[in-house]
Design a protein around this ligand. Structure first.
Ligand SMILES: *[C@@H]1O[C@H](CO)[C@@H](O)[C@H](O)[C@H]1NC(C)=O
Ligand SMILES: *[C@@H]1O[C@H](CO)[C@@H](O)[C@H](O)[C@H]1NC(C)=O
Length: 227
């Protein structure tokens, strides 16, 4: 009996480790073929439950840019910010962190683009250098929104409790500072986050849960494969 249970335990342990270590993959269609919808619902950052303020993300890849259409259910749309690189994370926001793979499966985990956007179409853009792969030691280098080449179109509908944003992010803007690839990378690492304020508390949710209340966890990034 003991041997049988040990074997079962071993097998379950193996399966569990196998599942948790696998990086999720999303195959993204070319814009000429339509959008790919992220099938997963956003979950609370610690992985405990589904977000109450839902986020639906569709994306596609064009010649010059990655295109995202994001729809946020939001009972309490807060959008006080008016300038490029204002601290959008202090009000209703979506965040997108992304960096390219440099070779099959290889990537620079310490450098990625942080993009935040708000219901009134403001942007916060920063090239992040994250030394410890968490929130203990990272720094950002701001990108001028007008120089970024990013197209953003946002609309908020307060009575319908929804805001939407359309983003076109040039491939070049998503490259780490000083890195110029010979060709546009076809595989990227990314995660998406949401900050909402239902009933006066803050709800932090994400596509891939960060486990701790720190979105700067590049090891949680999923793979985006441009098909
Ligand atoms: C994406 O957003 C654009 C701009 O708002 C809109 O014209 C288009 O219909 C959207 N596409 C999808 C599939 O939602
Ligand atoms: C960016 O463009 C907007 C709209 O054209 C303009 O109001 C703003 O002054 C520009 N900001 C910078 C830093 O150039």
């Amino acid at each position: 009996m003991l041997t049988r249970f040990s074997l079962l335990g071993f097998l379950f342990g193996f399966l569990f480790v196998g599942v948790t270590c696998t990086t999720p993959i999303l195959e993204v269609s070319p814009c000429s073929a339509g959008f790919t919808k992220i099938p997963d619902a956003f979950i609370i950052y610690d992985g405990s439950s589904l977000a109450t303020q839902t986020t639906s993300v569709e994306l596609c890849h064009g010649a010059h840019a990655l295109v995202l259409n994001i729809t946020c259910a939001d009972r309490n749309i807060l959008t006080p910010f008016k300038k490029c690189n204002d601290p959008l994370f202090k009000a209703s926001a979506v965040e997108f962190f992304i960096t390219p793979e440099t070779a099959d499966g290889a990537w620079d985990q310490h450098h990625y683009l942080e993009l935040e956007t708000s219901p009134n179409g403001m942007l916060f853009l920063s090239h992040i250098t994250n030394h410890n792969l968490d929130c203990t030691n990272f720094a950002g280098s701001y990108i001028d929104c007008n120089q970024s080449g990013i197209v953003v179109e946002a609309a908020a509908d307060i009575p319908q409790a929804v805001w939407k944003t359309h983003l076109e992010i040039p491939w070049t803007t998503m490259m780490p500072e000083g890195v110029t690839p010979r060709a546009t990378p076809t595989v990227w690492r990314a995660n998406l986050y949401r900050i909402a304020f239902p009933k006066g508390h803050t709800e932090y949710s994400c596509w891939q849960p960060t486990k701790t209340l720190c979105f700067h966890q590049p090891l949680t990034f999923a793979r985006l494969v441009m098909k």
